[in-house]
Design a protein around this ligand. Sequence first.
Ligand SMILES: [Mg+2]
Length: 261
Amino acid sequence: MKLMVFTDLDGTLLDHDSYSHAPARPALEALAALEIPLILASSKTAREIAPLHAELALAPCPIIAENGAQMVTPGTEAAEDRSAYRKIRAALERMPAELRSCFTGFGDMDRQGVIEATGLDPQSAGLAQARCHSEPGLWSGTEEGFARFADLLGQEGISSRRGGRFATLSFGATKADRMRELIAAHAPDHTIALGDAPNDIEMIETASHGVIVRNTHGPGLPPLDGERAGTVRRTQAPGPQGWNEAVLDILEELELHRRAD
Ligand SMILES: [Mg+2]
């Protein structure tokens, strides 16, 4: 296998506000024509990612869901096990009140709250609430408070990862863990990983070609070592526009594809 591509969704392949991937279409079509696997990796649930996976005709590629806590191939899922999710919710209720009150998880919101927090339509918001392994939420406290919150949850084996919009709580496995599993299984010559937020850093650093997609809404990413070494680049354009440019550039550099223009 020549190349595998791993991508975050919100703020990366999907526009932060509209959730559209339309500006990335030229690069998506190039990948499809070259039969290069595209792995969607997100903090979203598997059920939430499945419609996009189907729309982009990505079968039989698996998807990395709930920030890496789950990897499934749509259409082959076993029965949903929500025990990990219930443990995370129970741990939240044991947090000191002043920290607990700064975190509003999807489990604290009703459907309307999720719609307002995410901008999703009602059906997608329902799928976003069907969680098995992780709890995303909004943090309204200070950065110091978040560090304490993350530390206390860490003592219960729960990791806290910041995305472009939400902090996601889960037990262990990251997007990059799943990425490494797939690389070990398929041994591609090259890998591309694209992301916009701290929970994408390991994935970006694991790839032979890492891409930091510009997102002006989130905390952004600090300079990464790979940027100096030349293995990591930043896009000028945000979201799917930046995604499109970076993927087409790398395909040209790898001499896999030439732009039509
Ligand atoms: Mg993102």
